[in-house]
Design a protein around this ligand. Structure first.
Ligand code: CA
Length: 540
């Protein structure tokens, strides 16, 4: 539909000082809109910032932030992060001021499990209607919802439906011979192959797909479905926006059964709250993730992007952007075929994966470039807490869930972290230090989200191809009925000149490498190394 052509040629930038970059830049600027963005982007010009008023994020869309509550912020000095601690840091997450340089401007929060559990990670629940006392109480949770609502932050909570804790009352009854509760689980008379364990003295066996302390629930039993309808209603009526559904591909060994359970749960939640937001974890290959979109679930995590071997790290480590752009377009088409309302959930790291600081070996340019790639994708990107300050964490799970470093000179609120951590990040700059450094990773996240919020079409537009002859360039167009924006990333260590035939103006710019700003002249976009430009395209 749109005839846009990109041609590129290499052009090497020399090392120039910040002052030289700024003056070179000012000379080149002809477009006032570009100047406004660039003044924000370049720290040297921070005092001359021009206000950018964010436009409204499309309904159902936004940037989400994943929190492991126990490691986030400790409000009462016992070393354990807690719900009151999350409340105390809400201004950091979204202070409601669109021009703020000290807030991430996130729209949604995902709390990892907060219900009572014997484990530090809390993915084995003993009571679905309460808050683990180490995190606070239900009154604290109500206060958190109220504070989130004041800021327009949507709160979603982790819901573990695949299994309970072996200490849950339902399982204890089953263990002690109550057949009604044995039917809540996958209990059999003869041990089949796989992860089955003896059920107390009953002579029977139960399935624990992850381990014996996490007995798998039986969703063929309607009583179990009714339990989870009551649980979902309880939390939705409290005012949460929805759920992150844990491990849904494990609900049944038959994929179609797991999809059917996902559909039942989604439909039930919609009957309680028609705009409920549910994002599911199907940690699997592309085909299996896409298959779960037939359930009508609003979002599923886009696992192929994440981790060291994911699409994003591969693009950055090889300097080849073309495959990333193709993946953005392809994924959207695959999702829409199953559910036209589906919303992608891109991410680069979560609580189960190595963090980007590890797999990019602390290279801040690569971490910034990764942020630009996933945050500018259509859909609802999920930022794992600490990614925005370059927190390290790899190896055992505990290491990936370490204490958020709020400051390197002030220990207020810093948690002790999981007891079994074998590796601790030695931060050279925490949140406070990075917020006051315009070249920091955290400020890059903030600049990226502020720029994105000028163009809501990036959230919900349809991506389409912007052909390029140069494989270093990751370029695509996002469009709706009113707006067309080209998103062009240069993943090369050299500048590129890109020809875009219907470019109208540069709408915004980000540089991961503190290099010069781009320029647009006669449809030729000059794009510095490791940078991102948004172009407004002329109407067709
Ligand atoms: Ca605490």
């Amino acid at each position: 539909m749109f005839q846009v052509e990109l041609r590129t040629e290499n052009m090497v930038y020399g090392n120039v000082t910040m002052r030289a970059k700024s003056s070179r830049y000012i000379k080149n600027i002809k477009n006032a809109a570009l100047m406004a963005i660039a003044l924000v982007t370049l720290g040297a010009c921070a005092k001359k910032e021009t206000a950018m008023t964010a436009k409204k994020t499309p309904a159902g869309y936004g940037n989400y932030y994943e929190i492991f509550v126990g490691s986030f912020y400790d409000s009462n000095g016992d070393g354990m992060g807690d719900l009151r601690g999350v409340i105390q840091k809400l201004d950091y997450l979204n202070d409601t001021k669109p021009d703020s340089n000290t807030s991430l401007h996130i729209d949604g929060l995902w709390l990892m499990p907060i219900m009572p559990s014997p484990s530090y990670h809390k993915y084995d629940i003993t009571d679905y209607y309460a808050i683990d006392p180490v995190y606070g109480n239900i009154g604290d949770f109500d206060a958190l919802i109220a504070e989130c609502n004041k800021r327009g932050i949507k709160l979603i909570i982790d819901l573990v439906m695949n299994h309970t804790s072996s200490e849950h009352e339902w399982f204890q009854r089953a263990w002690n011979g109550d057949e009604e509760y044995q039917r809540y689980y996958h209990v059999v008379d003869t041990k089949p192959p796989g992860n089955y364990y003896p059920l107390g003295d009953t002579g029977k066996f139960y399935e624990g797909d992850f381990w014996s302390g996490m007995p798998d629930l039986n969703f063929d039993n309607n009583a179990v479905r009714i339990e989870f309808e009551k649980i979902a209603a309880f939390w939705l009526e409290k005012g949460i926006a929805g759920f992150r559904l844990d491990a849904i591909k494990h609900i049944d060994t038959a994929r179609q059964k797991s999809i059917e359970v996902t559909r039942w749960f989604t439909d039930y939640c919609k009957s309680i709250k028609d705009d409920v937001y549910i994002v599911g974890e199907v940690w699997s290959d592309d085909a299996e993730i896409i298959a779960f979109y037939t359930s009508g679930i609003p979002s599923l995590f886009n696992f192929s992007l994440a981790q060291e071997n994911g699409v994003i790290a591969r693009a950055i480590n090889t300097g080849v952007g073309a495959d990333f752009a193709r993946n953005v377009i392809r994924w959207r088409a695959l999702m829409a075929r199953q559910n036209p309302e589906a919303i992608d959930a891109p991410f680069v790291a979560n609580h189960d994966t190595d963090r980007t600081a590890g797999y990019f070996a602390g290279d801040i340019v690569k971490m910034k470039m990764a942020a630009a790639l996933y945050l500018f994708m259509p859909g609802n990107p999920f930022i794992y807490y600490g990614e925005e300050i370059g927190m390290e964490g790899r190896g055992i799970d505990e290491n990936k869930r370490g204490p958020m470093i709020w400051s390197t000179s002030d220990s207020a609120g810093i948690t002790r972290g999981p007891d079994n951590m074998t590796q601790r990040w030695t931060a050279s700059a925490g949140v406070a230090e990075q917020l006051s450094d315009s070249s920091s990773l955290i400020r890059f996240y903030i600049d990226t989200i502020r720029l994105k919020n000028q163009y809501p079409v990036i959230y919900n537009g349809v991506p389409s191809e912007l052909p390029s002859q140069d494989r270093a360039i990751a370029a695509y167009i996002v469009s709706d009925s009113l707006t067309r924006i080209a998103i062009i990333h240069n993943l090369a260590s050299v500048a590129k000149t890109v020809s875009v035939t219907d470019a109208k103006s540069i709408a915004g710019f980000l540089s991961a490498a503190a290099s010069a700003a781009p320029s647009l002249k006669d449809a030729a976009l000059e794009l510095p190394p490791y940078s991102t430009a948004l172009l407004s395209l002329s109407d067709q």
